[in-house]
Every structure is written in C-alpha cells, then in structure tokens.
Ligand binder design. Structure first.
Ligand code: HEC
Ligand code: HEC
Length: 274
C-alpha cells in the first residue's frame, strides 16, 4: 500500500469516527464542547491573536484567512470541529497527516488565536462559487486532467490525488495551480531526473532523498530507489510537471472547472463512496 493511500484510508477512518461521534455524542464529549467556552474574546484578545496569526499562520492561510496552501478560514465552517474547544485542539495539536502543524503557545495565547480565527468569518462572506460543477466535470475530462490526476482511485499518478482537493485548498490556490503551475510548487511535488551508470535517464516524482539515496515514483506509478553512488547524474526539478492551461481553458469553462474542483471533498456531494 502506498503511503498516500494509507493516509487517505486513515483519513476516511477519522471521518467515519467523527461521523459516528456526531450521530451519538458521548455525554462527556458533548458536555466538554458545550462548557468549554473561550474565556478571552475581548477586542484586545482578538488583536493579540491577530499578531500571532500573522507571524505563524498567514503564510499558509493568507493574511485575511482567505487560504492558499492552507484552507480558507473565512467560511465559518470548520471540518475538524467548530466548537471553541475543538478549534483550540486543532490549532494546538495540528492535523496529523496534513501540512497543518501543531503549535505551542501558553493557554491564553491559544485562546486569543481561537478568538481571532473566529473573527475571520464574521466580516467576510464566503467565496462565491459562480460556476457550474457538472459542466466543470466535462471540462476536466475534455482537457485530459485525469492523465495525471486521480479522483477516487481513477486516473494517473504523476500529479497529486485530487479526491479531497476542494476541502484542503482555497479557490484562489486552485486557480493559480491551473494558470501558473510553476509559481508555487510544493516540495512534495518536485520532480527528479536520475541517470544510472550507462543507462537512460529516468524521471519521476521525488518521494525521498538523503545524502546516499533517492526514491522516485515513475510515470507508471512504480516506486524506484537508487543509491547515489550508482548514478551518473541526479537533478532535482522544482518546476511543475503540469502544463499551464492559461489561454487554453477560459471564461465559463474555467469558472465551471474551478467550481467542480471546489466540490471535490471526502464525504462531499461528489463522493458517492461515502
Ligand atoms: C504549513 C502550512 C500551515 C500553517 C503554518 C498553518 N496551517 Fe492551519 N492548516 C493547514 C492545512 C493544509 C489545513 C487543512 C488540513 C486538512 O484538513 O487537510 C489546515 C487546517 C487548519 C484548521 C482547520 C480548518 C477546518 O476546516 O477544520 C484551522 C482552524 C487552522 N488550520 C488554523 C491555523 C492556525 C491558527 C495556524 C497558526 C497557528 C495555522 N493553521 C498554521 C496548513 C497550515
Ligand atoms: C502532465 C501531467 C498533468 C496534467 C495533464 C495536469 N496536471 Fe495538475 N498537476 C500535475 C503535477 C505534477 C502537479 C504538482 C506540481 C504543481 O503543484 O504544479 C499538479 C498540480 C495540480 C493542482 C494543485 C494540487 C495541490 O495539491 O495544490 C491542481 C488543482 C491541478 N494540478 C489540477 C489540474 C487540472 C484541473 C488539470 C486539467 C485541466 C490538470 N491538473 C492537468 C500534473 C498534471
């Protein structure tokens, strides 16, 4: 089983566990959620939380919480729980298996962060989805996206799995990913070219690299491992293997495609398996 698949299955398990919790809440859990309220919610607390947020969180979630590499925090919906105590836990412990790190501050500062994160959805309306997801699915098919991307187990594996992409990335990030793939390639998507002694060059997704060895996932999805002493050349490529679709997908087609991607989430309307 690949690591990605293991993680995905773990996530499904977590989702199922959360769903059963919601269906039949443990009395203590319910009580904890109801009784633990943020004790620090004054204007000064929100401002102090905002300073912590700008130095530690904005890099991923955007200065105004609009999202980017991290999720949009302005919609008022939190997949990992929206009670004060759940937000506290999400922020202090992070979300295992994702890029969301845990962070350690004292209790008061943590609550100030929670107060600030809440304030982000108070002012700004949720991003409007103007396109039609059903038409967007056809745009996705017509442009060969599935050659490189999987959705619910179908498609190629050169690019990242998009099954849950609508939940983990903002619409702004999705638009940029399609128009300017080279602009901001995450390290886990870097490619590498290796040339074994006397052999032909092999290109793949760089899964792991240390001083002595490098592991790639090749275009056929096979995991390949090389000892560097056996290689003539190793070249890490930080540009995207994804072509730009700037000028190729435009107008309504583009809006529809983004709307479709935004609906892709585990347990969402497009996930028939849940
Ligand atoms: C390295 C990037 C990164 C940093 C830094 C980061 N986050 Fe996150 N955060 C993420 C990602 C990615 C997710 C979505 C994880 C998932 O569920 O797949 C997330 C999820 C969350 C969630 C849960 C959203 C939900 O729908 O339940 C909250 C709340 C949150 N982050 C707040 C914060 C705060 C506050 C900070 C600063 C202390 C922070 N994050 C720092 C990347 C980051
Ligand atoms: C030739 C292979 C290829 C094709 C075709 C392709 N992609 Fe990609 N895509 C990639 C790779 C590799 C990455 C990761 C590197 C990067 O971030 O650009 C990526 C990244 C992405 C991301 C960002 C994922 C993330 O985790 O943030 C999105 C969204 C995306 N592609 C959507 C699409 C859509 C929609 C299409 C069709 C219009 C498409 N891709 C066509 C290879 C491809």
């Amino acid at each position: 089983m690949t690591r990605g698949k293991a993680l995905r299955q773990l996530r499904i398990l977590v989702l199922l566990a959360t769903a059963s919790l919601m269906a039949a809440p443990e009395p203590e859990q319910q009580q904890a959620d109801q009784t633990i309220r943020n004790p620090y919610t004054s204007e000064e607390d929100v401002a102090a939380g905002g300073r912590l947020y700008r130095s530690h969180c904005a890099v991923c979630h955007g200065i105004e919480g609009e999202g980017g590499r991290g999720v949009d925090l302005t919609t008022g919906r939190f997949r990992h729980g929206s009670s004060d105590s759940r937000l506290f836990t999400t922020i202090s412990e992070g979300i295992p298996g994702t890029e969301m790190p845990g962070i350690f501050f004292n209790g008061r500062q943590m609550w100030q962060l929670v107060a600030f994160v809440r304030s982000l959805s108070a002012g700004r309306a949720a991003e409007q989805i103007s396109g039609d997801p059903a038409k967007g699915e056809a745009v996705y098919a017509a442009n060969g996206c599935a050659v490189c991307h999987q959705i619910r187990g179908e498609g190629g594996s050169l690019g990242p799995d998009l099954t849950d992409i609508g939940a983990i990335r903002s619409m702004g990030h999705l638009q940029a990913a399609i128009l300017e793939p080279d602009a901001d390639v995450l390290p886990q998507h870097w490619m590498a070219n290796v040339t074994p002694e006397g052999g032909k060059q092999i290109t793949g997704l760089r899964m792991n690299e240390d001083t002595f060895s490098i592991q790639l996932r090749d275009a056929a999805g096979r995991l390949r491992s090389f000892r560097k002493t056996e290689l003539e050349a190793v070249e890490v490529d930080r540009s995207s293997a994804m072509p730009t679709f700037e000028g190729r997908i435009q107008g309504d087609d583009f809006d529809n495609l983004i709307a479709y991607l935004a609906t892709l989430r585990l347990g969402g309307p497009n996930d028939e398996q849940q």
